[in-house]
Design a protein around this ligand. Structure first.
Ligand code: ACO
Length: 331
């Protein structure tokens, strides 16, 4: 079977910065509380009229440019988002229209924060089996539009942004320096869905004034439980990825966990015995960008020179559902 390589990456963050200080002007909160509980200092927010497919478009163009490919080379585009631009059609279709990627089959996946790793795993299967060649996986979120800005325990956590990776077949045998996906591992537990959800907005609840008044169409979360589950799940998924590859944390050169909260990241690192210098963190600048968190972090890590030829990259992800997972990539 063929191996999958990462041909290029890109990311895009809206220019408007919303600091903790800014939020403290509209809510009973403060910078000290937010930084000490989450590590988040600021996040990006879309401009008036800027949409989920706009963010995805800018990140995708950069990934295409990085891979030296054009939209016409794409066989498939998978958009991971929990904040789709419309209920119909998929955000991937709107992205396709913007990119004019006419040959591609496109669709959204709804795996919340873990959507990018799920998307990468799906793309990996098509490429390994030789079914398709060039697949763009995009995580794009406009979280600011689905947050309850009266709920200080959730609205401080999230931000807007997009990241993309272009995947394709590696040379056979793979050449040194090709970024090879060694494995992906996906897990879910739907019985815990109530801990993190947007109860309205689908077909379960009628669109009544009460729904809007109560904010049932917005993100609702049991922060403490999510906190515990996120740590357990990302530790387990990381261990499984390492065990299956007969590797230990000592073999890992860079660890990119889902960027939700520095306390979650610190707890995972402690449990995995992962030293601080091996962990990539940018949640302080962008907050939790959900499905865009991993591809933005991956793109930034590459651009900052954090990955060298031959390095082993471990990725761990977790999100609503719950759905979580991991990936091992040889750089
Ligand atoms: N500013 C000031 N005080 C606040 C704020 C705020 N923004 N938010 C909550 N508080 C108060 C609470 O009201 C409470 O006050 P009380 O003691 O008078 O009742 C106090 O702070 C403590 O609240 P807790 O909820 O116990 O605070 P905790 O330490 O658990 O931190 C937090 C809350 C940050 C939400 C934490 O639970 C957390 O990080 N959970 C994980 C959330 C997460 O990352 N989710 C996303 C992961 S999955 C995904 O990405 C989709």
């Amino acid at each position: 079977m063929r191996k999958t390589t990462i041909l290029g990456t890109g990311s895009y963050l809206p220019s408007k910065v919303l600091t903790n200080q800014d939020i403290s002007k509209i809510l009973d909160t403060n910078d000290e509380w937010i930084v000490s509980r989450t590590g988040i200092r600021e996040r990006r927010i879309v401009a008036e009229g800027e949409t989920c497919s706009d963010l995805a478009y800018h990140a995708s163009l950069k990934a295409l440019e990085d891979a030296e490919l054009t939209p016409n080379d794409l066989d498939m585009m998978i958009v991971a988002t929990l904040t789709p631009e419309k209920r119909l059609p998929s955000t991937a279709c709107l992205l396709q229209d913007k990119l004019q990627a006419k040959k591609a089959a496109v669709y959204d996946i709804g795996v919340a924060c873990s959507g990018f790793v799920y998307g990468m795993s799906i793309a990996d299967q098509y490429i390994q089996t030789g079914t398709l060649n060039h697949i763009l996986v995009v995580g794009s979120e406009v979280m600011s539009k689905v947050l309850n800005w009266k709920d200080r325990s959730t609205c401080i956590l999230f931000g807007d942004g997009a990241g993309a990776a272009l995947l394709g077949p590696a040379k056979t045998p793979a050449k040194t320096g090709e970024k090879i996906i060694l494995s992906t591992h996906l897990f879910s537990n739907g019985s815990l869905y109530r801990l993190l959800e947007m109860p309205a907005g689908g077909t379960a609840m009628e669109w009544t004034p009460d729904v809007f008044e109560q904010g049932y169409h917005l993100v609702k979360m049991d922060g403490k439980q999510v906190f515990r589950e996120a740590i357990e799940s990302m530790v387990d998924a990381s261990k499984i990825a390492l065990q299956k590859a007969h590797k230990t944390m000592e073999d890992v050169n860079l660890f990119i966990p889902h960027q939700a909260n520095t306390r979650i990241i610190d707890a995972i690192a402690k449990r995995l015995k992962c030293p601080e210098e091996k962990i990539f963190v940018n949640v302080d600048k962008y907050g939790n960008t959900s499905g865009a968190s991993i591809p933005i972090a991956l793109d930034e890590a590459i651009k900052q020179g954090r990955l060298k030829k031959g390095d082993l990259l471990l990725i761990a992800t977790f999100g609503a559902g719950f759905a979580w997972g991991s990936a091992l990539i040889r750089w």
